[in-house]
Design a binder for this molecule. Structure first.
Ligand code: OAD
Length: 235
């Protein structure tokens, strides 16, 4: 079957085999850190050093990470779909840059990016690949101490939601890859897509919390199942 408008949602599971941890699996990031401390505006206000340390380490780990076969398969699929005149958008909850490194083009980072900084005073957002610390001045307004990771925290609005909902309403294929379906609003995208009449597919290591809402599902490591599924779709 050929689809005209494809929306892919990815989560931490697609980057697990690149050595970047997931959140809720056994040994996941939220088993080692309290999300209230490192992923909320209140946690940042209470203890900015702890938050800087947490994201500095993740940003450093990212610089040496490489995309895996699942990221490459999605980049190849995008080219194949676009060559046939179809639309393709990759919405990721991931703050890593593995999709970019693999060659994907049309990417929405709904939860922000580790390689980006955000000034809490003037709203400046821009590339940031080095450590952040208290006292770091904003490159735009020069205020010190209010540069933060450009990562969406719990209690904040994800980026580009209007764009995403518009595309969900138009897509005829929605595919969720490597996400537990535990975090909203992303966990609800499958329902939006179904309301719009799209065919929905889940690719994950195991059934997600939303598994029952999908039309089709394939389970296994992303590096094995995504290339097979993508090659079949690309024809
Ligand atoms: P989770 O850690 O909640 O879920 C990862 C999913 O990937 C699980 O369902 C795993 O079974 C699956 N998985 C693990 N290894 C895999 C592999 N090799 N191949 C395929 N699937 C695999 O991560 P997310 O769903 O991405 O938000 O979490 C969503 C959001 O919660 C994150 O963006 C982050 C987090 O708190 C913020 O920090 C705002």
């Amino acid at each position: 079957m050929s689809y005209k408008s494809i929306l892919i949602l990815t989560g931490a599971g697609v980057s697990a085999e690149s050595g970047l941890g997931t959140f809720r699996d056994k040994d996941g990031i939220w088993t080692k850190h309290r999300l209230e401390d490192v992923a909320t505006p209140q946690g940042f206000a209470r203890n900015p050093e702890l938050v800087y340390d947490f994201y500095n380490k993740r940003r450093r780990d990212l610089q040496s990470a490489e995309p895996n076969a699942a990221h490459f398969a999605l980049a190849k699929l995008e080219s194949a779909i676009q060559a046939k005149g179809g639309e393709f958008v990759l919405v990721t909850q991931n703050v890593d840059d593995m999709h970019e490194k693999a060659g994907s083009q049309n990417i929405i980072h709904m939860h922000g990016e580790l390689n980006s900084g955000l000034c809490a005073v003037c709203g400046w957002r821009g590339e940031w690949r080095v450590d952040m610390e208290a006292g770091t001045p904003c490159p735009n307004c020069a205020h010190e101490g209010l540069i933060r990771p450009d990562v969406v925290w719990f209690g904040e609005f994800p980026y580009l939601m209007d764009d995403i909902y518009e595309r969900l309403a138009l897509c005829d294929l929605f595919v969720s890859i490597g996400t537990s379906g535990a975090v909203y609003p992303a966990a609800d995208f499958v329902r939006e897509a179904r309301l719009a009449g799209a065919h929905t597919v889940e690719l994950n290591l195991e059934p997600s919390e939303n598994a029952y809402v999908f039309n089709d599902a394939y389970y296994g490591p992303a590096t094995e199942i995504v290339p097979i599924w993508a090659a079949k779709l690309a024809g």
